[in-house]
Design a protein around this ligand. Structure first.
Ligand code: PLP
Length: 363
């Protein structure tokens, strides 16, 4: 099976993890600090706080922003459920925004009245935050798909127009730590709250005796391990190569699929770099194409089952009719293989199978 996404782990990544395994720190220690420093350098943010996974990073971001009961947190209708779930983790209410079919991102011109916005950079194409008609009290970017993406403001994660940016380092994402995540910010107070939230809400008080600490707020154990962080630092050194290889593959897909019944994903506008975590095409007979490609060993995937489809949200009364654009996209969308180690031969196989499947679905 050619998967839709796959990590690229080389001998130097393995060596970096082994070096930590033979050292003194296994859980959060100096390797996490080094990873955070590298993430700061890559994004341009003043602070980076590593987390156990991207969902923990989202939970921490909404908690650090003091969002809670009575607050409305808006996000895209077409994203992973975690972007809505993090609202419920803190007792806030998620509000979904229909997508703009031209970008597959949330339609920035339709931001509802809300306390916070989580702008998800779908597939690795940054949301144009300059298009927001008003800035909610809290603006969080979910860059799970977009480490390595660039906007006219600079690298995604620099938080030029947002309070915080969250990342995921799950193996299908652009760089991996196995499981892992992070939040970047330029706000010292938010960074402090994020760190406490990750570590049981603990504030050390060495002035009262070396052992002394106070648990000043509710926190979690959301730490990344040094083993994972070592992998992350080694992976971040290759970020530019990973992103340019993804862009090369995207260009090649665009050439091979031009003038066919396969609708190509949105391009990055001038001044932007697309991170291409995903290459989501649209095909008229999607369910049939999904089955045919899977049967032929091409591991396509659907990103995503829209958030309002999930039964856990029944109490909020979301209706399919409220999200016509997302619904139309969902019927046709299909992520085809996209990862740095995908070979040109494999890509040709994918395109050949895809075009046959699209044609085969018609009478
Ligand atoms: C992957 C992902 C997450 C969650 O990250 P995990 O590391 O799997 O917890 C959140 N939001 C989006 C958009 C994602 O793609």
């Amino acid at each position: 099976m050619i998967p839709y996404g796959h990590q690229s782990v080389d001998d130097d990544d393995v060596a970096a993890v082994l070096a930590v395994l033979k050292g003194d720190w296994l859980t959060q220690g100096p390797a996490v600090e080094a990873f955070e420093a590298k993430l700061q350098a890559v994004t341009g943010a003043t602070y980076a706080v590593a987390f156990a996974n991207g969902t923990a990073a989202l939970h921490a971001a909404v908690a650090a922003a003091h969002l809670g009961p009575g607050d409305a947190i808006a996000t895209s209708a077409l994203t992973f459920n975690a972007d809505a779930a993090c609202a419920r983790y803190v007792g806030a209410t998620p509000v979904l925004i229909d997508v703009d079919p031209a970008t597959l991102n949330l339609d920035a011109s339709r931001i509802p009245d809300c306390d916070a916005l989580i702008a998800v950079h779908f597939a690795g194409l940054p949301v144009d935050l300059t298009a927001l008609p008003h800035r909610p009290r809290v603006l969080i970017e979910d860059a799970s798909h977009a480490v390595g993406a660039v906007t006219p403001d600079g690298p995604v994660g620099g938080c030029q127009r947002s309070d915080m940016t969250t990342f995921s380092f799950h193996p299908v994402k652009t760089i991996t730590t196995g499981e892992g995540g992070a939040v970047t910010t330029n706000d010292a107070e938010l960074a402090g709250r994020l760190r406490r939230f990750r570590h049981h809400g603990i504030t050390p008080h060495p002035e009262k005796g070396g052992w002394h600490y106070d648990v000043s707020e509710l926190g979690f154990n959301y730490r990344l391990t040094d083993l994972q962080a070592a992998l992350g630092t080694s992976q971040l050194a290759k970020l530019d190569r990973f992103v340019s290889r993804r862009n090369e593959l995207a260009d090649r897909y665009r050439q091979l699929l031009a003038d066919t019944d396969v609708e190509l994903p949105p391009n990055a506008p001038a001044g932007y770099v697309h991170a291409y975590h995903l290459f989501p095409v649209r095909v008229p007979n999607r369910d049939d194409v999904y089955r045919r490609l899977r049967d032929e060993g091409v591991g396509v995937q659907v990103h995503y089952v829209p958030v309002y489809h999930h039964s856990m949200w029944a109490d909020l009364g979301w209706r399919v009719e409220d999200f016509p654009q997302t619904e139309a996209v969902y019927r046709e969308i299909l992520s085809i293989p996209m990862f740095p180690d995908l070979t040109v031969d494999e890509q040709d196989r994918v395109v050949d199978a895809l075009l046959r499947a699209v044609a085969g679905g018609r009478d």
